[in-house]
Write a protein that binds this ligand. Structure first.
Ligand code: FAQ
Length: 314
């Protein structure tokens, strides 16, 4: 089969909603953008543990601490599913981590903002995981089998994450004046960064055209962002939170909430490594990775010992 024929056949499989599996032929561009996206997604899950981990020792009750610990462990699991999905494309996890450390791979902009109060933990669960679910429910329909299957498992857990965050916000909005102010302050700081999670406008998104043709993404950045806005504005109003946008308006014709445009300068700045916590997040990851070297060496030594003595292999 010629390259052109392979390309046509590949697109026919995509158009017929067939899943592409690791050993199938795929165009170089499909492989490249899929690897880029899945590995960046995996890094986001792992870096995303940092802002929340900071609050484990300061959670206001044992119940809150147990929920937060469970959530952070879930995020680690999501990272591992995603690294495994990315490894099916032929690079191993250590190479991906090396790319992250060298600034050759990104992670989500949202994790470069500080988590200043307990209300921020509520806002992260409600808004950040809420945005992640909208995006990931779409990605569960992605054309690449291992990524789509990882997403199905991840989405089930993200639902719990979003609800625990909303519960924290709802409780605070039912509390004292100081607690209400804290919740509103968290909303004010996390709203716009959450909208940025969906990426640039469709017209400014260099990867969208190919990604949508190949059904790596089956819905566009703006469409998903709008779905998140419509859902979240109603949830905010339900518990008495104000959406920090003077131009927020319900359009009775389109049945959508309209918002101000995002501060794209800030978005670019954060994505380019100059957000409030970029340096802290990456240097902490590098430090922990280096400190964990002995664990990886011990695991490899143990494996080598097991392999040299077949009687111990179960
Ligand atoms: N941050 O052409 P597009 C979570 C980059 S998981 C940083 O539109 P694409 C769970 C983009 O990479 C959150 N960079 O790109 C959790 C590209 O640069 P490149 C993570 C961004 O890929 C909760 C350039 O801009 N979720 O939260 C961002 O078609 C709590 C041009 O953009 C995912 O990663 C951004 N926000 O669409 C965990 C979902 N947006 O790579 C712990 C999977 C754009 O060409 C605690 N990813 N860029 O150099 C996706 O769905 C897509 O990659 C998009 C971007 C939608 C993020």
């Amino acid at each position: 089969m010629t390259e052109d024929q392979k390309l046509i056949k590949f697109q026919q499989r995509i158009d017929a909603d067939e899943k592409i599996e690791p050993k199938d032929w795929m165009p170089e561009g499909y492989h490249k953008t899929l690897f880029r996206q899945i590995s960046q997604h995996a890094h986001s899950e792992i870096i995303g543990m940092q802002p929340e981990a900071n609050w484990v020792l300061r959670a206001p009750s044992l119940r809150a601490k147990k929920i937060l610990l469970a959530k952070i462990q879930d995020e680690a699991g999501h990272g591992l599913y995603l690294y495994s999905a990315a490894e099916t494309l032929g690079l191993d996890r250590s190479e991906m981590i090396d790319m992250l450390h060298k600034g050759k791979a990104k992670y989500s902009s949202i994790f470069n903002y500080p988590v200043l109060t307990w209300a921020d933990i509520g806002a992260v669960g409600w808004l950040v995981d809420g945005a992640a679910i909208v995006n990931q429910t779409m990605l569960a329909k992605c054309s690449y089998g291992p990524y789509a299957r990882a997403m199905l498992r991840i989405c089930k857990e993200e639902g719990f994450h979003q609800r625990q965050g909303y519960e924290i916000m709802a409780k605070m909005m039912n509390g004292t004046e100081a607690q209400k102010e804290m919740a509103q302050d968290a909303m004010n700081r996390w709203w716009e960064p959450s909208l940025m999670m969906f990426g640039p406008h469709d017209t400014d998104s260099p990867n969208s055209k190919d990604s949508m043709q190949w059904k790596i993404k089956v819905e566009s950045n703006d469409r998903l962002r709008q779905r998140f806005i419509d859902r979240t504005v109603e949830q905010a109003h339900h518990i008495g939170l104000k959406v920090p946008d003077a131009n927020l308006k319900y359009n009775k014709e389109t049945l959508h909430w309209e918002t101000s445009d995002i501060n794209w300068e800030e978005f670019k700045n954060v994505v380019n490594g100059n957000g409030p916590c970029n340096h802290q997040r990456l240097s902490h990851h590098i430090k922990c990775h280096n400190e964990g070297q002995w664990v990886r060496e011990a695991a490899l030594a143990f494996e080598a010992k097991q392999m040299s003595n077949p009687a111990t292999i179960k």
